[in-house]
Design a protein around this ligand. Sequence first.
Ligand code: ADE
Length: 246
Amino acid sequence: MTFAATILTLYPEMFPGPLGVSLAGRAREEGKWSLDTVQIRDFAIDKHKTVDDTPAGGGAGMVLRVDVLAAAIDHARSLNPEVPVIAMTPRGRPLTQARVRELAAGPGVIVLCGRFEGFDERIFEARDVEEVSIGDIVLSGGEPAAIMLLDACIRLLPGVMGAASSGTEESFEQGLLEYPHYTRPATWEGRTIPEVLRSGDHAKIAAWRKNQSEVDTRLRRPDLWERHEGARVQSASGARRKDEGI
Ligand code: ADE
């Protein structure tokens, strides 16, 4: 099955961009995913092809018009009725690897990219649009965020990544950061690769990696660590309750 990506944008020339090379580019050539862009301006209803207007209530910037957006979304949906519509916006729910996995397992996505101050809010309920943010930063538009979202999905599509295990051991898959990596030379500028990684003892290596992953997550991402620990404590107490017949 081909994962079908449709991008609604005022700048279709930004695509495929980085998705045209390397892993994603090759996968597209092989038909593992497809890319279509839709020019939002084509759905403007006046002769000047206006897509935005001043914000109700005043203030800086311009807002994308709901009627124009709705027409563009309806067009994309009519071609691909089964796929979710996602709007890239800093007001959205932060993107997670879990959501990326769900999307990658589905038929594709329609991605709406904003510019200016944002979208007329009414579009989200009226057209069942999921708002997604790629982090607590503000980009000049949703296009780079859409590229990130698609890149994350594409690498998970069947047959895209070489070794299947590289998808499940990596950062966030277990709610933790991945352990650090090393390769030759064994000594570089006086720094050596941790001895255990050269021991050939697979059980010891696995234990070292697990510990490193936990230590790094605790130090670098206390938010992830707290969630991980919360989930661990909860599942342990769930198992206890089950044992006790509660
Ligand atoms: N558009 C502008 N900033 C964004 C962000 N942080 N995430 C998604 N889309 C955006």
